[in-house]
Design a protein around this ligand. Structure first.
Ligand code: UD1
Ligand code: CA
Length: 447
């Protein structure tokens, strides 16, 4: 009993007033169409068919291999949109499930329930409805005196009595496939000049067939996005849903309202997240970490028991027991080994800091490798760029870099060496040697 999913995403989204197609506006870092695609993937065996039209190429590029595509050109309404999938799907499945690409909060569980209803229904249509005091411009479900579904009327065409109906069309439908493809040909042009998918309900009723309408239990799932007000409403609900799941999995969120965790993020139990923290992209955080407040972590991996206080971490790797901040900035390729301490106003880019290395105050390390137990004094800077090329700095184990040292790369500092405060080091320093001055010269051997 195969099910195909068709996701409608060809509309312009005029009410967004945007250059970006509506379904590509992000919610927690994901284009909102991605949420419907994920639901489709979990209820059906084959990839969904995405109906694209307005800015089709951009939508295709964003969703890529996760869906198959049919083009709707011009866009003549939701019924016309579904019709475009006929040649692709006719004869291939028993049921066709319709999702609207602008409803990212609908869950796989809810859709599966509708599918199960239709599988036990002799009529050709099951539709998910919503009973609400807020009509949101949705179509109204018209029922007869016996309670059976008679029609769906769009708000623009509704009579005052119909306008008052509180049962709304969510746009999630399940159809018997063979009936759907034939019946779509009988949909007539609406007064607005569109072929409405919703007209299939009255078409079925006129044929004497029954339509099941199942009220949804969670109103927030049915937030459809037509404006940026709806977008922020949907984003807030998605944020709550994700945050709640992490709390139930053992993560403390001190202020869920200001904690933004993208759906692609992983977090270990007993980690505590303080207010105003953003966890973005492919970030993975270990157990028993303390993150935030005021922290932004993107595409980074943190081990266990790390502390990140008021800092920005991008494409970095932190091993266990690393603590950074406040006001640290880790950039692409920063790799801090176990037990590294990095205090305030530090920046590290494309560099490895060996185990136990300390970099307490106001420093920049770029294209640098340090050994274990290195001390980077306040104000140390690797001068890694000569205006044309980047050059590497290598600092061996147990080196002590004095405050305000400039390390002019390319450069190697031998194990156990020291630099005096304010040195400008332009040449390789031998191990266990103290260098001072500008340019720094060796003044004695250390034991
Ligand atoms: C639609 C329903 C309405 C329902 C509401 C729920 C119809 C006629 N109306 O209204 O009953 O309550 O959704 O959110 O179905 N689309 C296309 N091609 C088109 C037109 C639309 O692909 O030619 C896509 C849009 O990109 C969008 C979806 O279909 O993802 C819904 O279209 P939209 O214009 O937002 O319909 P609503 O007015 O919201
Ligand atoms: Ca809509």
């Amino acid at each position: 009993m195969k099910t195909s999913v068709v996701i409608l995403a060809a509309g312009k989204g005029t009410r967004m007033h945007s250059e970006l197609p509506k379904v590509l506006h992000p919610i927690l870092g994901q284009p909102l169409i991605q949420y419907s695609v994920a639901v489709a993937q979990s209820v059906a065996q084959s990839p969904p068919v995405l109906v694209v039209g307005h800015a089709a190429e951009k939508v295709r590029a964003a969703v890529a291999e996760a869906a198959e595509y049919v083009l709707q050109e011009p866009q003549l309404g939701t019924g016309h949109a579904v019709q475009q999938a006929e040649t692709r799907l006719r004869g291939k499945s028993e049921y066709v499930l319709i999702l609207y690409g602008d409803m990212p909060l609908v869950t796989a569980e809810t859709v599966q329930k509708l599918l199960d209803v239709q599988k036990n229904h002799i009529g050709p249509i099951s539709v998910l409805t919503l009973i609400s005091d807020d009509p949101r411009g949705f179509g109204r479900i018209v029922r007869g005196e016996d309670g059976s579904v008679r029609a769906i009327v769009e708000e623009a065409q509704a009579t005052p009595e119909e306008i008052a109906i509180k049962e709304l069309n969510t746009g999630v439908f399940c159809f018997s496939a063979d009936w759907l493809w034939d019946a779509l040909k009988r949909v007539e042009l609406s007064p607005k000049g569109e072929y409405y998918l919703t007209d299939l309900v009255s078409i079925a009723v006129k044929e004497g067939r029954s339509v099941r309408a199942i009220p949804a239990t969670d109103e927030t799932e049915m937030i459809g996005i037509n404006t940026r007000v709806h977008l922020s409403d949907a984003a807030a609900n998605m944020q709550q849903r994700i945050n709640r799941a992490w709390m139930l999995a053992g993560v403390t969120l001190q202020d869920p309202a200001t904690t933004y965790i993208e759906p692609t993020v992983q977090i270990g139990h007993d980690t505590v997240i303080a207010p105003n923290t953003h966890l973005i992209g492919s970030t993975e955080i270990g157990t028993a970490c303390i993150i935030g407040p005021n922290t932004f972590i993107r595409d980074s991996k943190l081990g266990n028991r790390c502390e990140v206080f008021a800092s920005v971490v991008e494409a970095a790797l932190l091993e266990d027991d690393v603590d950074i901040g406040p006001f640290a900035h880790l950039r692409k390729g920063a790799h801090l080994a176990a037990g590294v301490h990095m205090g305030n106003f530090g920046e590290v880019k494309n560099s490895y800091l060996g185990p136990g290395t300390k970099m307490g105050h106001f420093s920049y390390l770029g294209d640098t490798t340090t050994g274990a137990r290195v001390n980077i004094g306040a104000g140390t800077i690797t001068c890694n760029y000569d205006g044309e090329h980047k050059h590497p700095t290598e600092i061996a184990d147990d080196v002590f870099i004095g405050s305000d040292t400039m390390l002019v790369a390319p450069l190697k500092i031998g194990a156990g060496a020291r630099t005096g405060a304010g040195s400008v080091v332009t040449k390789t320093v031998a191990e266990k040697t103290l260098v001072v001055g500008m340019p720094a010269r060796a003044i004695r051997k250390l034991d």
